[in-house]
Design a protein around this ligand. Sequence first.
Ligand SMILES: CC(=O)[C@@H](O)[C@H](O)COP(=O)(O)O
Ligand SMILES: NCC(=O)COP(=O)(O)O
Length: 251
Amino acid sequence: MSTRPLRLGVNVDHVATIRNARGGPRPDPVRAALLAIEAGADGITAHLREDRRHITDADMAHLKASISKPLNFEMAATEQMLDIALATAPHAVCLVPEKRTERTTEGGLDVVGQHDWLAPYADQLARGGVRVSLFIEPSTEAIDAAVSIKAPVVELHTGAWCHAVEVGDAARAAREFERVKKAAAYAGERGLEVHAGHGLDYDTARQVAALPQVTELNIGHFLVGEAVFVGLAEAIRQMRAAMAEGRAGAG
Ligand SMILES: CC(=O)[C@@H](O)[C@H](O)COP(=O)(O)O
Ligand SMILES: NCC(=O)COP(=O)(O)O
């Protein structure tokens, strides 16, 4: 398989998390998005959670109005979010599961159980000119359901793998990476555009970049954390270098 370019979407949620800790206007996620683009991001991702714990409706509107690169709007598949997304008209919507009490997105969408809700929902977004992505578990069942829902894109949830790496559980990390690898290959065979994200750092981004079917990584929490030490532009530069290294070994 020829190596396709690998895009980096920078998620600015956690710039808003820091802002909201004080309730004022700083730091501004739109400023972070503009800086991220200048530093080499191919797109900006933001998750408008139902509880608005970080990104707000106004942030989404400002992002859409201000950035020159594609906006990937992450959201739960609710009636309210559908209205906001259609009014915002982002490049893409990534449908994600949400639980009010979770600290972060814990798993992939239940694309099998919610198939009959998600299929017409995705269709409304597509008819509104939005590219639909489904944030799913790296499993064949989820990929088959995504095909049946007619979503052109899936984003494979890398959180379980990254967590295993983070806590040093090498056996679990190897198993989880194998799931991601098999899912990427299967999704590619089924004609889906394959993205990956959640919990990625330089090392895991380098590793997942070697999967030739994966064409976009969405990364936020780690980059915002690294920005404290080296600045956001430098963290993005280092991330791009890690991705390029991994991609060079793709095949
Ligand atoms: C869906 C996803 O993986 C990202 O949106 C990530 O969840 C960052 O946002 P949270 O930290 O709010 O989960
Ligand atoms: N969809 C994943 C994403 O946007 C970023 O996740 P994280 O890097 O903040 O864990």
